[in-house]
Design a protein around this ligand. Structure first.
Ligand SMILES: NC(=O)c1ccc[n+]([C@@H]2O[C@H](COP(=O)([O-])OP(=O)(O)OC[C@H]3O[C@@H](n4cnc5c(N)ncnc54)[C@H](OP(=O)(O)O)[C@@H]3O)[C@@H](O)[C@H]2O)c1
Length: 254
């Protein structure tokens, strides 16, 4: 029997690259996202090894309904990759659109909680499983304009450590992937669909590619079960550690 991975947010970027990699290695893939047309494209490409599920991860009823009605051949999930996430606003909290801020909380925090709550009980029952979460490098230090996004990812990171605590004594493993700038459609949401502005995020940086993260997830999941890769931090080589930015007047640089 082939293994089953469930990846949230497979309609682009990291999720899509991970779905394609695991399918190529012979795994069955449950892939979720809101854009049904893109799920259908993947289904055409991957065939019966792919189960497309179109729902919004921030919709609690939809999450539980979808996970409680899985076809038998996809029901024993070995790996849950909580990948779906969004970054909006790009403004100070006191100026940002409240809907944008709430969407990040609902998607990046509630969405992860719902999927964990729906899928982990089956793993505990079967005595086998791996929960991979998607943190962010921006959750470690404050960044200009990413406030609530960063805070939501700090939640995900700490939740991953707490899941280890919850699951200690079971063979279930947890891994938080903590990447920095990865070349995907990710900045488009914050730039309100402005492709040129979004592309600037990647200029002259030689950013991480989605396939790099897919390879990392593949490695973490396929390590011997006696060990847990608790977290992995990845940056472009051209990026260094964050440091407190200082504002001086007149401005003389950081
Ligand atoms: N790219 C980076 O620089 C970077 C760095 C650190 C961490 N990350 C994290 O990596 C993860 C993947 O992002 P990416 O870079 O691959 O971006 P992406 O290309 O924009 O992909 C995001 C995925 O999340 C899904 N998604 C977003 N909101 C959703 C919702 N409410 N319900 C269901 N699915 C939803 C999207 O699908 P639909 O739109 O079809 O729903 C899409 O498949 C995110 O958690 C992101 O925070 C990215």
């Amino acid at each position: 029997m082939s293994h089953v991975i469930c990846i949230t947010g497979v309609t682009s970027g990291i999720g899509k690259a991970t779905a394609l990699l695991f399918a190529a290695k012979g795994w069955k893939v449950i892939g979720t996202g809101r854009r049904k047309d893109r799920l259908d494209e993947l289904h055409n490409h991957m065939g019966d090894a792919f189960l497309p599920l179109a729902f919004d991860v921030s919709d609690r009823d939809a999450v539980f309904e979808n996970f409680s009605n899985l076809p038998a051949e996809f029901s024993a999930i070995d790996v849950l990759f909580n990948n779906a996430g969004i970054s909006l606003a790009g403004k100070p909290v006191h100026e940002a659109d409240m809907d944008d801020l709430e969407t990040m909380v609902k998607t990046n925090i509630n969405g992860v909680l719902y999927c964990c709550r729906a899928v982990i009980p089956g793993m505990v029952q079967r005595g086998h499983g791996h929960v991979v979460t998607m943190g962010s490098y921006s959750a470690t230090w404050p960044n200009p304009g990413t406030n609530v996004y960063s805070a939501s990812k700090a939640f995900v990171q700490l939740l991953t450590y707490d899941l280890r605590e919850d699951l200690v004594g079971t063979p279930i493993r947890t891994t938080c992937i903590i990447p920095s700038v990865t070349q995907t459609e990710f900045p488009l949401a914050r730039m309100k669909g402005d492709v040129e502005k979004a592309a600037k995020r990647f200029e002259n940086l030689d950013p991480i590619q989605p396939s790099d993260i897919a390879d990392t997830v593949w490695w973490a999941v396929n390590t011997p079960e006696r060990l847990t890769v608790n977290e992995i931090r990845i940056t472009p080589t051209r990026q260094t550690y964050g440091a407190a930015r200082m504002y001086r007047e007149p401005y003389i640089g950081d």
